[in-house]
Design a protein. Structure first.
Length: 381
């Protein structure tokens, strides 16, 4: 017997109840998914709130909810206009994000239509994503690696999303990879020898830890290097100072200076690498996404007890003047040495653009392997 087609209505999110339903939906959708890590509800609320997210100083966002004939929420999406992206590329590309949907084309098409119509109203001609809400935040569609939990600040989605988006007309604009290196399998002799050669060739180079007593100055320095180092990468948009301050404030609570390294050339900072403990192992114990009343104690205990033995390197950059000198490999090696001393078992380096062959070759030569595949998709609207 054929099932009754879903009758779906998509409406803009309005008021407190609408925002609450938007935030709540994934917890229903993923309740039986073993590897999904529940995001903190307060984080989603902050990212979508114009009063609390620095993105809204240059961007706009419209949230939508899809409901069936019984008024049950069956999907959500955000249409996003990124002013910094448009200023840099002038390509009239809009974005979509926070996409979650039941496995039904009628629902997904209705959501994507709503987002596309809003973006067209902003004068945009194509739609790219998913981004939440920018490429510098949680971004990309997981297309391979569903049998493993994501690392901190990396996306996880249901396996059928790629099919739903492809059926709407989306094609792959870029592939991104997550590399993983087990500390016991890293080619330490090769990396050590390479690092020694670099220092012998450029003896003015040195590596130091992030100075937590000068955190604001240090993070501003990192922002400058990051924006320069990534400026030619596909899809890159420079973070504003306010956006970077917001990110730095969030990371400050969990950064270990032993895993936040800065390369200097004659005392001038020219590169950096920041790794974070993979707190998803802690967030896994808070499936409700609520820190109160007991989640905060679980998180604090697991974050400080030494139980977490995995890290992720989300940020690394080298000034253009020092490209081709192997500083990225040296940063990875120094991180590896520090991680081993701390009892870390492995590190995810993510994500890496498919076109970044220099970094990919470097990671593979040291013993890193591809662990997950992500994609950015795009379609004309």
């Amino acid at each position: 017997m054929a099932s009754t087609p879903i009758q779906v209505q998509v409406r803009p999110v309005k008021g407190w109840w609408g925002r609450r339903a938007f935030i709540q939906f994934p917890y229903q959708l993923y309740k039986d998914e073993l590897y999904w890590i529940a995001p903190l509800r307060m984080d989603t609320a902050k990212m979508t709130n114009p009063k609390k997210n620095a993105f809204f100083a240059h961007g706009e966002m419209q949230l939508f909810l899809a409901r069936d004939q019984n008024r049950k929420v069956v999907g959500r999406i955000a249409a996003i206009k990124n002013g910094m992206h448009l200023q840099k590329y002038r390509d009239n590309v809009g974005f979509f994000g926070f996409f979650e949907c039941i496995n039904d084309k009628t629902v997904s098409n209705a959501l994507l239509d709503a987002a596309a119509n809003w973006l067209r109203g902003q004068g945009l001609v194509s739609m790219r994503g998913p981004v939440n809400p920018t490429m510098n935040d949680v971004a990309g569609l997981l297309v391979d690696g569903f049998d493993r939990q994501p690392s901190i600040m990396m996306p996880y989605n249901l396996h059928y999303y790629e099919s739903l988006l492809a059926s709407y007309g989306f094609t792959r604009a870029m592939t991104m990879w997550a590399y993983y290196a087990h500390t016991k399998l890293v080619k330490t002799e090769k990396m050590s020898r390479g690092s020694e050669l670099i220092l012998r060739k450029w003896p003015a180079l040195s590596i130091r830890q992030l100075d937590m007593s000068r955190f604001e100055d240090e993070t501003r320095l990192i922002m400058e290097i990051f924006n320069e180092a990534w400026s030619d990468n596909w899809g890159h948009v420079a973070m504003t100072e306010a956006e970077f301050k917001q990110l730095a404030k969030e990371m400050q609570q969990i950064i270990d200076p032993r895993l936040a390294l800065i390369v200097e050339d004659a005392g001038v900072a020219v590169g950096f690498a920041v790794s974070l403990p993979d707190l998803n192992y802690a967030f896994k114990t808070i499936p409700s996404g609520r820190l109160l009343p007991t989640g905060i104690f679980k998180l604090l205990y697991l974050a400080t007890s030494g139980v977490i033995r995995e890290i992720r390197m989300p940020l690394m950059g080298v000034r253009k003047s020092h490209h081709g000198k192997g500083l990225d490999a040296m940063l990875v090696w120094e991180t590896q040495k520090a991680a081993v001393k701390m009892g870390v078992l492995g590190c995810e380096m993510s994500w890496v653009l498919d076109t970044n062959l220099r970094l990919r070759n470097s990671l593979e030569s040291m013993g890193g392997v591809i662990d997950k595949e992500y994609a950015m998709l795009e379609c004309a609207i």
